[in-house]
Design a binder for this molecule. Structure first.
Ligand code: NAD
Length: 251
């Protein structure tokens, strides 16, 4: 699908991977709406304040997007780490629930409303496409490290749902893909100590560096433009296979 003249919704579009995707789609000639808690949408994009974990807020926000929605990029997310249990007690179930509500339920909420809108789009182009959905998954979708109960529950869920949603929506000519980044230099991870980052990056094969948000955005745009890409999660991780733990996760 050519993004030019079409409308994209990007959740978490005011920072990091989502922000870079907003820039790329604007440059490709799309109208872009960022659904984000925090302000600061890129110039040229519309911002609708929305907590993606709140179903009513999502319904209102998606209803406020004018005209057909052709593209959805689910980027809104938060981090969170902690053991499932230890001698001192069970893990922090409230914190675990919060990450799952934002990273997984949030994507489900937005996809439900946007995909419903997409089913009513007129078919476009030689394949009669109606929409494309891209999920920001993670290498933790596949190899969660120690302490990643919440994040891996959410990201493994989102990777799994990429195929389920493909199967739900293909009859409406809507495609669904995921991108599973490794370590990307964004505000989400800017709080991490340098030696922790170095330890994470040593497990990359080549190149041993943090990904740039623009590299995520390029893949998202490539997916949107490539009709045969459907039902798959593309790793964007320089061949990284994370080990069970870092010395940081062991405390
Ligand atoms: P980021 O913190 O830079 O951006 C996340 C955005 O989501 C922010 O604008 C934030 O306001 C928004 N957001 C948070 N909670 C929200 C909510 N409840 N409702 C609406 N918006 C909300 O993070 P990022 O690094 O760009 O991450 C984007 C996505 O990519 C996340 O889902 C993250 O889990 C995933 N990811 C990031 C990395 C990485 O290394 N940075 C790696 C793999 C996957």
């Amino acid at each position: 699908m050519d993004p030019a003249g079409k409308t994209a919704v990007v959740t978490g579009g005011n920072s990091g991977l989502g922000e870079a995707t907003v820039h790329a789609l604007l440059a490709a000639g799309a109208n872009v709406v960022s659904l984000d808690l925090a302000g600061g949408a890129p110039a040229g994009a519309e911002w609708i304040a929305c907590d993606v974990s709140e179903p009513d807020a999502v319904a209102t926000a998606v209803a406020a997007v004018e005209g057909p929605i052709h593209m959805l990029v689910n980027c809104a997310g938060i981090g969170g780490i902690g053991p499932i249990a230890g001698p001192e007690g069970p893990g922090d179930l409230g914190a675990i629930r919060k990450v799952i509500e934002v990273n997984l339920i949030g994507a489900i909420n937005v996809t439900a409303h946007v995909a419903h809108r997409m089913t009513h789009n007129p078919p476009e182009g030689p394949d009669g496409e109606r929409g494309v959905i891209v999920n920001a998954c993670s290498i933790a979708s596949f190899e969660g490290q120690e302490g990643m109960t919440a994040y891996t529950a959410a990201k493994a869920g989102l990777a799994g749902l990429t195929l389920v949603w493909t199967r739900d929506l293909s009859r409406h000519h809507i495609r669904v893909m995921g991108i599973a980044p490794g370590f990307m230099a964004t505000p989400m991870v800017s709080v991490l100590p340098d030696d922790f980052v170095a330890e994470l990056l040593k497990d990359a094969e080549f190149p041993k560096r943090a990904g740039r948000a623009e590299e995520f955005a390029e893949i998202a745009e490539f997916i949107i433009r490539t009709p045969l890409l459907n039902g798959e999660v593309i790793r964007l991780d320089a061949g990284t296979r994370p080990p069970a733990r870092t010395h940081w996760s062991q405390g």
